[in-house]
Write a protein that binds this ligand. Structure first.
Ligand code: FAD
Length: 499
C-alpha cells in the first residue's frame, strides 16, 4: 500500500461520486488515499434535484453549513410532495415530512382522527401537522434543533460542484478522463484476491491501481456489472415505468416548498422549483406511451419558457444482486434504481456512504462485513420499493390501460400485508431502520384512497367532548404555529443572504 494508506478509487463524478469523495476525504482522508475519475465527454445523468430530510445527517457529518449549501446550489426548501391526480383525476393529497397529531401508548393519531371524522369532528388530516399545513400555505421556518421536517430542491450539478470543493480541500485527487478498461487480479479460487479489481486503465494510458473501488458510473455499472457481472434483480413487474424525459424551464411564479408529482395516463410528471429555474420531467412506461408522445406531453404541460431541450433517459427499476462485490462497492445509479417518485436515490447514496464508512476494511476486505453490508442494503431497498409500489397499486384511476394494469398487478407479500393491516383496522408499523415512518404510510394510504374499516377500540373510551377538544387543540396549535412562519421564498432569500 502506498504511504500505508488504503487506495480508494472512485469511478464517476456525478452526485454519487462527489458525495462519496467528499465524505471519504473529510472523514477518513488521513487514512485513505482517494482518487476520483470522471469523464466530461460522458457527463452525468443530470437529474436528481429533490431530496428528503435524511440529507441533514450527511451534511452534519461533513459540517456543511445549510445556508452556504443552499446559496451555492440555488436551493429552496421542501416540506413534502403534492400528489396530484394520483388517487383519481382531480383528487390531490400531500405527503409531508411532518408528524401527524399526537399518538397515545396504544395507538397512533390516525385512530383518533378516524373516529373524529366519523363523528364530524375532524377536518383534513393535514390540518393536524405543521409541515403539511405550511406546505399548502407556502410558509416555512427552520425550527431550531429540528431537522427532520425539511429537505431541499437543488441544482444537482451545482451540488456536485459544491461537494467537489469540499473533497478537493480534503485531499481527494480528481482525474478527468475516460476509463477504457477495468483490470482484475488473477482468477484463482485459492488466491485471496480472486478476480478482485486491480486497476483502471484510462484512455490516456494512465493506470490507476487501488485497493477499494467505488463504482459511481451511473446506469452503466462499469465495474460492478460490466466487469464483475454481479447480476440485477428486475422489479419492473412492480414498478413498470422505464423512461423519463426531462427539461428545465424558467420560473413563472414564487417557488412552493414542495415537489409537485402530477399523475398522467401512463406515468407522472415532476415539477421541482429552484430559486433560479424549475426542473421538470415525465416518468412513464414505454409500453403505454411512446418517447415521441412523452416529449410532446411534457412540453404541453410545462409552465414557462424551456431552458434546455427535452432529454430522454431510459432505466430499469431494480437492484444489484450484491451492492458490494469483491473489492467493489456500487453507489448511486450503478447500485440499482427505484424510480424517483419519493426522491429516495440521494438518500440511498448517503446510506451507502455511511454504511461503507462503518464497514471500512482496515486492510483486506472482510467477507462478513461485505455480507452484512449487502443484507442491510437489500432490506432498506425492499422497504422503500414497497412504499413506492403503494402509490401505483392503491388507486381509483381506471381511465387508462396503464392505471388498470397497476391496480391489478401482483404486489410483494410484504406490501400486501401492510395494505391489509391498514385497510382493515388502521394499523401501521415501522421497522427499526426503515426510512418511511408511520406518518408517511398513513398520508399516502389515506391519500390514495385506502380508508380503514375500523379504528382502535381504545379511542371509544374517550367521551365525544374530550375527543373534540383533543382534535381541536392540535389543530389550533398547528394553525397558530404556521401563521407565525414567513412566506417560504422570503425566508429562502433572507436565509441565503444571511451567511
Ligand atoms: P451519474 O450522474 O450518471 O454519474 C456517472 C458518472 O460516471 C459521471 O461522472 C460519468 O462521467 C462517469 N462515468 C461513466 N462512465 C465512465 C467512464 N467510462 N469513464 C469515466 N467516467 C465515467 N434522485 C433523487 O434523490 N431525487 C430526485 O428527484 C431524483 N430524480 C431522478 C429522476 C430521474 C428521471 C432519474 C433517472 C433519476 C433521478 N434521481 C433522483 C436519481 C439521481 O439522479 C441519482 O441518484 C444521482 O444523480 C446520482 O447519479 P450517479 O452519480 O450514480 O450517476
Amino acid at each position: 500500500m502506498q504511504n500505508n494508506k488504503q487506495r480508494v478509487v472512485i469511478a464517476g463524478g456525478g452526485t454519487a461520486g462527489w458525495m462519496t469523495a467528499a465524505a471519504l476525504g473529510k472523514l477518513m482522508g488521513k487514512q485513505l488515499d482517494v482518487t476520483l475519475i470522471e469523464s466530461d465527454e460522458i457527463g452525468t445523468v443530470g437529474v436528481g434535484e429533490a431530496t428528503i430530510p435524511t440529507l441533514h445527517l450527511y451534511h452534519r457529518l461533513l459540517n456543511i453549513n445549510e445556508a452556504d449549501m443552499m446559496a451555492a446550489t440555488n436551493a429552496t426548501f421542501k416540506l413534502g410532495i403534492m400528489f396530484e391526480n394520483w388517487r383519481d383525476v382531480g383528487k390531490d393529497y400531500l405527503h409531508s415530512f411532518g408528524f401527524l397529531g399526537k399518538d397515545c401508548w396504544a395507538c397512533g393519531f390516525q385512530h383518533f382522527w378516524l373516529k373524529g371524522r366519523e363523528m364530524g369532528l375532524a377536518s383534513d388530516i393535514g390540518d393536524y401537522c405543521a409541515e403539511h399545513l405550511a406546505a399548502r400555505e407556502g410558509r416555512f421556518a427552520a425550527l431550531a434543533g429540528q431537522d427532520q421536517n425539511h429537505a431541499y430542491h437543488f441544482d444537482a450539478s451545482l451540488y456536485a460542484k459544491f461537494l467537489r470543493g469540499i473533497a478537493e480541500m480534503h485531499g481527494v485527487k480528481r482525474i478527468e478522463g475516460k476509463i477504457a478498461e477495468v483490470q482484475q487480479h488473477v482468477f484463482d479460487q485459492q488466491h485471496p484476491q480472486n478476480g478482485f479489481i486491480k486497476a483502471l486503465l484510462l484512455e490516456s494510458g494512465q493506470l490507476l491501481e487501488g485497493d477499494l473501488f467505488i463504482d459511481c458510473t451511473g446506469f452503466r455499472g462499469l465495474l460492478i456489472e460490466q466487469t464483475l457481472m454481479t447480476g440485477y434483480d428486475d422489479w419492473t413487474h412492480w414498478l413498470p415505468c422505464d423512461s423519463a424525459v426531462a427539461v428545465q424551464t424558467v420560473s413563472t411564479g414564487t417557488p412552493v416548498p414542495y415537489t409537485r408529482s402530477i399523475s398522467h395516463p401512463a406515468g407522472w410528471q415532476w415539477r421541482i422549483p429552484l430559486q433560479s429555474r424549475v426542473g421538470n420531467g415525465l416518468v412513464y412506461c414505454s409500453k403505454y406511451l411512446s418517447d415521441m408522445d412523452a416529449k410532446t406531453l411534457l412540453k404541453a404541460n410545462v409552465q414557462g419558457e424551456m431552458l434546455t431541450e427535452p432529454r430522454l433517459i431510459k432505466f430499469r427499476t431494480g437492484t444489484r444482486r450484491k451492492h458490494w462485490n469483491k473489492n467493489c462497492i456500487a453507489i448511486g445509479l450503478s447500485s440499482g434504481f427505484l424510480e424517483p417518485l419519493e426522491s429516495t436515490s440521494i438518500h440511498l447514496i448517503q446510506r451507502s456512504i455511511i454504511r461503507l464508512l462503518q464497514m471500512m476494511p482496515a486492510g483486506a476486505v472482510v467477507q462478513a462485513d461485505v455480507d452484512e453490508y449487502n443484507l442491510q442494503t437489500k432490506i432498506e431497498m425492499e422497504n422503500i420499493r414497497d412504499f413506492i409500489i403503494l402509490h401505483y397499486k392503491v388507486t381509483e384511476r381506471d381511465d387508462s390501460a396503464f392505471w388498470r394494469h397497476c391496480a391489478a398487478m401482483e404486489i410483494p407479500p410484504s406490501l400486501a400485508h401492510r395494505i391489509e393491516m391498514f385497510g382493515e383496522a388502521g394499523k401501521v408499523y415501522k421497522f427499526a431502520q426503515e426510512l418511511f415512518g408511520e406518518s408517511s404510510w398513513i398520508q399516502v394510504m389515506l391519500g390514495q384512497g385506502l380508508t380503514p374499516k375500523q379504528h382502535h377500540p381504545i379511542v371509544d373510551l374517550m367521551p365525544q367532548s374530550e375527543l373534540a377538544q383533543f382534535l381541536g387543540n392540535i389543530k389550533t396549535n398547528v394553525a397558530r404555529q404556521v401563521q407565525a412562519w414567513p412566506p417560504h421564498y422570503d425566508f429562502v432569500q433572507h436565509y441565503c443572504k444571511s451567511r
